[in-house]
Design a protein around this ligand. Sequence first.
Ligand code: BDP
Length: 687
Amino acid sequence: GYKAWLGGGDAGTAARLTAERYRSWLKRIAVTGAATGYGPLETAVQELVNGLEALLGWQPSIVAETEQAGGCVLVGTAGSSSVIDEVLADGVRAEGYRIRTRSGDKDQPCIIVAGGDERGALYGVFHLLRLLRTGADLASLNIMENPACRLRMINHWDNMDGSIERGYAGRSIFFRDGEVLADSKRITDYARLMASVGINGIAINNVNVHELETLLITERYLPQVARIADVFRAYGITLYLSINYSSPMQLGGLPTADPLDESVRAWWRSKMTDIYHHIPDFGGVVVKADSENRPGPFTYGRDHADGANMLAEALEPFGGLVLWRCFVYNCHQDWRDRSTDRARAAYDHFKPLDGRFKDNVILQIKNGPMDFQVREPVSPLIGAMERTNQMVEFQITQEYTGQQRDVCYLVPQWKGVLDFDTRCSGEGSTVKRIAAGEVHPYRYSGITAVTSIGDDSNWTGHHLAAANLYGYGRLIWNPELSAEEIASEWLMMTFGVSEEDPAGAVITRILHESWHTYEHYTAPLGVGWMVTPHYHYGVDVDGYEYSKWGTYHFADRDGIGVDRTQATGTGYTAQYRPEVGQRYEQLESCPDELLLFFHHVPYTHVLKSGKTVIQHIYDTHFAGVEQVEKWIGDWRQLEGQVDAERHAQISERLQMQLDNARQWRDVINTYFYRKSGIPDEHGRLIY
Ligand code: BDP
């Protein structure tokens, strides 16, 4: 519920037993560290006090470091004491930490949480609490962690009227009726959840910046935004805002927003000065320009580099960043013109600009070339620009993956992206290494994601959707964690049980099967879309087929799929490094799951699995529905073993998922049966 994975006194037995076992070590907390006054170290101590109190049932006392002679938890930051520095040794970087059990005087060991800086100390404390809550042995800890990526961000698509674009869990926790909410309790609790998984930057408003949100950077609203920044700061989170590219016209009354116009540049410089006056550690701006009817530099015959650099110049004196989105494509295209291919757009727009961006600009690139479909190849733009900072954008909110009515655990999908070898700088040029700035010497890089939370009491609508929120943070902190490890931590922290427990086993199985299940009953073999236009939940095979959005499947009586080959298609495969592009180009080597993304094939084409495309479509759609039916049966068995409220809510959503899955199955199968005229081998279809 509301406490998500940071549940308090309702910790599982394992957590309570562990806490009890180390009671004598956990009763005192010593702190060392020159607090900078911005808070994460103070927050770390407070979290530790509260966390231990919840587990042990009494409050630990805070003692001065000099008094400590074992039997305590010592928290500190680099340079604050010799003990801490000794523990940190080499190897702990900014925002990293080390946790070590040290035998102290009088056989009284102590646990040292040493942070590379204040944020590091806070993350270290959350890690220690996680160990306690998951029942780990504390007797000989020696853990060193550094975040893989420098920028570990969240994007909100919240509007100031309180609505959330693509939000499926209630209304905004920041805004209501055109104002920032006065009560910041919920924002504090949210910051805490995010810090506990290592998030260090949050953009609070929608990338589609409408009239009202344009005003966020005015004197009228900046004091309100500053209040949110204050809450975030205590948790080591930097606040970012999405801005409207044409603000100089809308707010400044200028006749143009041309990035090369001196009056426009001066306007932005002065605007940034105002923002930093209110929020001295403002992170910078997120910009969606010349995309889906948003204003941008194209209007003035300028390009993205001109546009981004103008903002970068204004932010530079303050150390601010421009997060410039690459989700740029023609959304007014003519479906009859097959020479355009939306998948090509980001690369075509941005690749030629490599080297032209200032070094406080970071290009924000969606993980796939289309738009957060259940299955897409990795965007060929990732890693393709050696001299331009980049970050990857994922989507936690389940816009195209069931909208938090259907279960879809996305960590395996994200992991697949992060592990993908782009070959952009030889073998091993994986997306995770690019995001970590290890492949090209980026000054800034990292990962961001559109979040899934709202003011629903459990934050994410579906209880199981919280696994994605937790998993996103954990995975981008450490992309080496497996989807299974992450799910198992989340399970223990949230439900207080392990996978061995009957309830834990069912939840784990559902999570792990869920992405494939969702893929099975929706659009097949990487073709994507086939969703209800605009809403993006529920099936509509031809919903987007004859529209201007560029999202086609080209199904006819003979076959289906988009020919994106160099030989006969749109040439998209040439955007990849040859080793990668060739794999997709050739039918023989193209992986089944992406076949229809890259090729137009007859229904009778035989997949690597040995099945024809049409039979695969039929079979997976039946299998997807059966899977959901099975989950419902398994979940029913758990009545009485999971608290009644969560049990009932999950049951209800599984039922909705079943309805959705059945509808997809019936529509897709019937559609392709009618198109192809090929019957199901097992005779399950009625015309
Ligand atoms: C699409 C969403 C749309 C967003 C857009 C974006 O449908 O609401 O505005 O992405 O990322 O997925 O800008």
